[in-house]
Each structure stands twice: as C-alpha cells, then as structure tokens.
Write a protein that binds this ligand. Structure first.
Ligand SMILES: Cc1ncc(COP(=O)(O)O)c(C=O)c1O
Length: 297
C-alpha cells in the first residue's frame, strides 16, 4: 500500500499530513476519532462507525464535519490513493479524526465558526498471532479514571493510555477497568465474562464505549443461541468466572485467560462459549464481506 492520508480536502503522503500547533485536538484533546477494519477494500460495519463518529462530534458540539455520504466518498478515494490490495488476506485499519479545528488557544469554543480539522489514513492492521488467540491474553485490574462520557469516542485518551501502560508494566495485554467496585471495560476494548453459559457485560451508558464489535458480539450470541446479559460484575465475580474475553474492531473477539497472574476459569484456557461466539462473529463478518454489504469501493 501507499501511505496516503486525507487532510481537510486534500490527499497527500502521510509524512506531509500535518495540522497546526493551535489545532484544538493538540491543545485540548478537543476531537473525536474512529478506527475501522478493512479486509481488502471492504470495511466491516462502516456505517455504524461513521454514525458513531458523527454522534460523538454532535455530543461535543463539533459541527461542519463530513456527513455519511461525504465520508464514504473520502474513504473510497483514500482507498484508491493507497492502492489497497483488494483481497481479504490484506487487512487494513482506517483511522479517522475530527477536531473542533484551529483557533487561538482559549478553553472556550471559538466565538466565530471555524472549520473542523478532518483527517483519515490507512495503516496495515495489527496482527494477532494464532498462539495469542489459542492461549488467550492476560488482563490486569486497573482503576477506571476516565470521565462520565465514555460513550463519546474522544481523543482524550490519557486515562486509557495510563491504564494500558500500567497493565503492560504488569506483564499484561489489557487493563480491566474498575469503577466504584465494578468492572466497566478495557482501556480500548469491551470486556465480557461467562458464568454457567451466560455472558455478562457492562450495560451501555456513561461508563463504557458502545463498541461496534460489542454489537456484533450480541448478534453472534443470538445466532449461536447464547444468552448475553447487560449486567455489571465485580472484579471478584469476573475472576471467578468460567471464561472471559474482550472485543474490539482490531481484534474481534479475543479470549482472556489470566487476570492479575491467576487463571480465569478452571483451565485458564479459552472456553467453549468464547470459541462459539468467535466463530459466529467471524461467520457474520465473512458473510457481510462476501455479500459486500458494506463496501468502500
Ligand atoms: C474504551 C473502548 N471500549 C471499547 C472499544 C471497542 O470498540 P469497537 O468495537 O467499536 O472497536 C474501544 C475501541 O477503541 C475503546 O476505546
């Protein structure tokens, strides 16, 4: 692929894709973003990602960004500029960001309307090894120090960065965030535990991001005949569960088999419900890609 980016109406090499030091994303984290998975030129659930981007912008009162159709046109052109190889074995990530724009530094929104800064570019998708999927990843309990508007996918990610780094420092792959004695989600993933065949995950609302993959997990559960409940659990309940897993756009469903150094479940191995859901989710994505239900072509 070529490393081409989109910045405010122009396509240019990623190395030349720049914004001002007075961009409000830079000074105030005053912006929103999305990450979309592509197999070749076909996106997984592009529209829900674009809708979430526009809703996140609206929550922050960032106006004037591209609408649904404009985004689709930008992404098609960007895929062409990048000469994305159109076969499913080539996996890419599309990053999109919309900030309030560039203005002299002032906490208040600029008085006069400014244009938002709009950025998008592709990267090769991160690769998760077969071993990782077969062994499962390790989680580390960390305090959830984020704000009460986690449903907004804002670039204000420092509490998530600190939590993920603390988890990595403890030899773990992802943080399992805890707020007021209950598990919310991961630093960049939704989290689930399984008890007696029933999947538990935190309800939507102020304390989690409603993951596009989380929605897919619910659809996969329905297909697989697995019950899933939006009920919060404590860290102790999570630790005592039979199985656990996490989900995100970049990794789909990933089994979580250790929590703070101890195995989750009796075996500490990916469990049957996790495997069943992962298969059902893969089948949904594969059928949509084959049907080209959502495409950036
Ligand atoms: C805090 C948080 N929760 C959940 C997710 C998973 O969301 P999605 O499935 O839309 O990638 C992310 C993804 O970045 C995230 O940052």
């Amino acid at each position: 692929m070529r490393n081409m980016a989109y910045v405010n109406g122009r396509f240019l090499p990623l190395a030349d894709a720049k914004t001002s030091v007075e961009d409000r994303a830079y000074q105030f984290a005053d912006g929103v973003y999305e990450v979309v998975k592509f197999y070749g030129r076909n996106a997984v659930r592009l529209e829900p990602h674009l809708v979430r981007l526009m809703e996140s912008s609206a929550h922050l009162r960032i106006a004037g960004g591209p609408g649904l159709d404009e985004w689709k046109t930008i992404i098609e052109q960007l895929a062409t500029e990048n000469e994305l190889v159109d076969d499913e074995t080539n996996e890419y990530i599309l990053y999109q960001q919309v900030s309030r724009g560039v203005a002299p530094r002032n906490h208040l929104f600029p008085k006069d309307a400014i244009e938002p800064s709009v950025v998008a570019y592709f990267r090769k998708a991160p690769v998760y090894s077969r071993e990782q999927r077969e062994t499962g990843i390790a989680l580390s309990l960390q305090p959830d120090e984020r704000w009460n508007r986690c449903y907004i996918k804002s670039v204000c990610l420092l509490p998530a960065v600190m939590a993920k780094q603390a988890a990595a420092d403890a030899g773990c792959f992802e943080a399992l965030l805890v707020r007021n004695g209950i598990v919310t989600e991961g630093s960049a993933t939704n989290t689930y535990c399984v008890r007696e065949g029933i999947v538990y995950t935190h309800p939507t609302g102020p304390h989690i991001l409603t993951g596009v993959t989380r929605t897919l997990v619910f659809e996969a559960a329905e297909k697989a005949g697995v019950e899933i409940r939006e009920e919060a659990v404590t860290p102790d309940q999570f630790a005592a569960a039979d199985e656990a897993f996490i989900s995100s756009t970049t990794m789909g469903i990933m089994p979580a088999t250790r929590l703070d150094g101890k195995p989750v479940g009796k075996s500490g191995k990916p469990g049957p419900v996790t495997r069943q859901l992962a298969q059902a989710l893969d089948a949904i994505v594969a059928s949509e890609l084959r049907g080209h239900e959502v495409t950036a072509k």
